[in-house]
Design a protein around this ligand. Structure first.
Ligand code: C5P
Length: 398
C-alpha cells in the first residue's frame, strides 16, 4: 500500500519533532517516497540532515531556495503527494492551516494539494484544550482533514495530560488506512477472526491452543490498507489491534460464534483465521478445582462449528492447520463447511504455522484447484488470500 506512494511529511516546531524521524523512517522502510518539509521552528529541534539521511531525499526548509530540485516548490510538492502528513502539528501550525495562512512552505503545500491531509497535533495540554485550538481542529475536520491523536501522558512541560503526539504506529497506521480508501477492497466489509479461543475449566484454568493471532491480524491490517471496513473478532492474543479495525474481543468459541453472527448480515467476506477449540469442558466448575491424588477426568463436548453454520450471502474462507495429509484433510473441511476457499498450512514445519512470522500455505478452492505457495511472511500470505477475495467478490457481483 505504501510502496511507491509519495508522502509529504510536514514537521513543525514541537519538542515531538524528533519523533517525526521515526515516522519518516517507517514510511521509507515501507517503500514510500517521503518528501519532508520542515518549518523554521522544526529545524531548531531536529536537523534536516536527519531526515535527509533517513529518507534519501532532499528536505525542504526554505520558502525560496534557488538550489532546490523542485521548480515551484510548494506546487511540485503538493502535486506529487498521494498524502500529506503534518506530524507533529503545533497549535500555531493548526491555526494557520485552519485560517488558510500561507506564509511558509508547509502551509503553502497543504493549501496547494488535492491529496488527503493528516494532522497529528502535539502541544501542551492547556494549549490543546483552549477553545481556539479546539475550534481550529473542528474547522480542519469539517474540511476533511484527518486528525490523529493527540495521546495523553507525560509532556515536556512536566505535566501530564492530552497533548502528546499520537503513537508513531497510530500515525503510520492512519496513513495506511487513508491511502487504503482507494484500494481494491474499498467499500467492502470483511470480517476476520483471529487467535486461539479459550474454554474455561474452572475460574482460573482453561483449555488453550498455540495460535498467536498473527495470521488473522495480518489479514485485518492488509484488508484495511486495501480499503475494507474490517471487523476483527479476536480471541486473547498479545498483539496491538490494527489501526482502523473495529475489534471485538472474545474468549470462548461460543462468544466468537455470537460475535460473528452479529456481523455477518453486512459482511462481504468472512475469513476464519482463528483457531477455534473443537472441544470444551462439559461442566464448568464454579470454584477452583482442588488438587486431588490420582488425577481427574475431564469430560469434553464439541463446540459449535462456527463457519460451517454461518448463513448468508458472503464469501467464506477457512483455515486448516494440519499435521498430516494436508490437502486431503483441508479439502474435506472445505466441503463439510461449504467454504469458497480453504487455506491449509502444515504446522509441523519450523517456518510455518503457530507463532511464526512466516507461513507455508496451500490454497484450495471449491472447484478443487490447489495452489501451493512458497514460504511467505504472514503479511504476504494475507495479500494472496485477499487477492482471491477480490476475485471471488468480482465473480459474485457479475
Ligand atoms: O479446527 P479446524 O481445522 O476444523 O478448522 C477449520 C476452519 O474451521 C478454521 O477456519 C476454523 O476457524 C473454523 N472452525 C470453526 N468452528 C469450529 C472449529 C473450527 O469455524 N468450532
Amino acid at each position: 500500500m505504501l510502496k511507491d506512494r509519495t508522502v509529504v511529511l510536514g514537521v513543525t516546531g514541537s519538542i515531538a519533532a524528533y519523533k517525526a524521524a521515526e515516522i519518516a523512517s517507517q514510511l521509507t522502510q515501507s517503500g514510500a517516497i517521503v518528501n519532508v518539509v520542515m518549518t523554521e521552528g522544526a529545524t531548531q529541534f531536529i536537523s534536516p540532515l536527519t531526515f535527509r539521511a533517513l529518507t534519501g531525499r532532499p528536505v525542504v526548509t526554505e520558502m525560496f531556495d534557488v538550489t532546490s530540485e523542485y521548480s515551484v516548490e510548494h506546487v511540485s510538492l503538493a502535486r506529487s503527494a498521494d498524502i500529506v502528513v503534518v506530524a507533529p502539528a503545533t497549535a500555531n501550525a493548526i491555526a494557520k492551516l485552519a485560517a488558510g495562512i500561507a506564509d511558509d512552505m508547509l502551509c503553502c503545500t497543504v493549501l496547494a494539494t488535492r491529496a488527503p491531509v493528516i494532522v497529528a497535533p502535539a502541544m501542551e495540554t492547556n494549549m490543546y484544550e483552549n477553545p481556539i485550538t479546539q475550534d481550529n481542529l473542528s474547522e480542519l475536520k469539517e474540511r476533511g482533514f484527518v486528525i490523529v491523536g493527540p495521546a495523553a501522558g507525560w509532556l515536556a512541560s512536566g505535566r501530564e495530560g492530552p497533548g502528546r503526539l499520537a503513537d508513531i504506529s497510530d500515525v503510520v497506521g492512519t496513513v495506511r488506512r487513508v491511502l487504503g480508501k482507494q484500494g481494491d477492497l474499498a467499500g467492502k466489509h470483511i470480517v476476520v477472526s483471529a487467535g486461539g479461543t479459550q474454554e474455561p475449566i474452572d475460574p482460573v484454568r482453561c483449555i488453550v491452543n498455540r495460535s498467536s493471532g498473527k495470521m488473522g491480524y495480518a489479514l485485518a491490517e492488509a484488508a484495511i490498507e486495501r480499503g475494507a471496513k474490517v471487523s476483527l473478532i479476536t480471541a486473547p492474543v498479545s498483539l496491538g489491534i490494527p489501526i482502523g479495525a473495529d475489534a471485538m474481543s472474545v474468549r470462548t468459541a461460543d462468544e466468537m460464534r455470537q460475535a460473528l453472527e452479529s456481523l455477518v448480515p453486512t459482511a462481504d467476506a468472512v475469513i476464519m483465521a482463528a483457531a477455534v477449540a473443537d472441544y470444551r469442558p462439559k461442566n464448568l466448575a464454579r470454584e477452583k478445582m482442588k488438587k486431588r491424588a490420582g488425577g481427574i477426568k475431564l469430560e469434553l463436548e464439541s463446540t459449535p462449528d462456527i463457519i460451517g453454520n454461518l448463513k448468508g450471502d458472503f464469501v467464506k474462507i477457512g483455515f486448516a492447520a494440519e499435521t498430516t495429509n494436508m490437502v486431503e484433510n483441508a479439502t474435506q473441511k472445505l466441503k463439510e463447511k461449504r467454504l469458497d476457499l480453504i487455506v491449509a498450512n502444515d504446522v509441523t514445519a519450523a517456518d510455518s504455522g503457530f507463532g511464526t512470522d512466516t507461513n507455508r500455505v496451500t490454497i484450495i478452492d471449491s472447484q478443487g484447484a490447489v495452489e501451493a505457495l512458497p514460504v511467505l511472511t504472514k503479511r504476504q500470505v494475507a495479500e494472496k488470500v485477499l487477492d482471491r477475495v477480490v476475485t471471488l467478490l468480482t465473480k459474485t457481483e457479475s
